[in-house]
Design a protein around this ligand. Sequence first.
Ligand code: SF4
Ligand code: SF4
Ligand code: SF4
Length: 228
Amino acid sequence: MGSSKFNFSYYVTGTLILLGVLLGRFVCGFLCPFGWLQELLHRIPGKKLSTKRLKALTYIKYFVLLFAVVVLPALVANDLGMGDPFFCKYVCPQGVLEGAIPLAIANAGIRSALGQLFTWKLAVLIAVVLLSVLFYRPFCKWICPLGAFYALMNKVSLLGIRVDACKCVSCGKCSKVCQMDVDVVRAPNHAECIRCGKCIGACPVDAISYRYGLDVPAEKLPLTADKK
Ligand code: SF4
Ligand code: SF4
Ligand code: SF4
């Protein structure tokens, strides 16, 4: 959004929408390396805390998406007429982990040029690492604007979760195993569902499955010969 040459990044947004429509937050569950890192950190033995009572915090990521990714880069321009990538520059810990730290280790010149911004981003990274040990995927749940974007696409994505109400015996095991705090039976395609499939494995009567394609309500499906 901050480029001086155009007002809207059609290719980037179009690619994200395409991935969102095809996969939804499956991207978070299986493709994103930072999600994987948080998974690994959460496996470190020790005290684990539930995020069920912190659901209100999941809305923060939508504000981050709106303001740090869209509004501020579009409105606040530097001397060259470009907007800063506010989220990448001031919030995202991935750049420090995968860029600044390895480069600083390898190059003394870069090391000596590191300043307050690096210190701040390092503090954010350390906070995310510590929180990830205690909570399941805190950055994904609360902060990540890419996760927010895919969360918005979850309702329309072709890949989804389906619950067969005829088989369900209301045991509640699916929601209990879901670390993204989804009420699986009521809202299987909730914005927070990362399509991890843990609920599928937990269901004792195989009532939950992946679906691919349009989610047509049962009453709108054409009648089969025996039903006719
Ligand atoms: S929410 Fe963000 S950090 Fe987490 S898995 Fe999705 S894209 Fe990656
Ligand atoms: S356990 Fe089921 S509902 Fe929860 S995130 Fe994984 S796939 Fe989605
Ligand atoms: S685990 Fe299966 S049977 Fe139990 S509430 Fe969930 S969908 Fe229903």
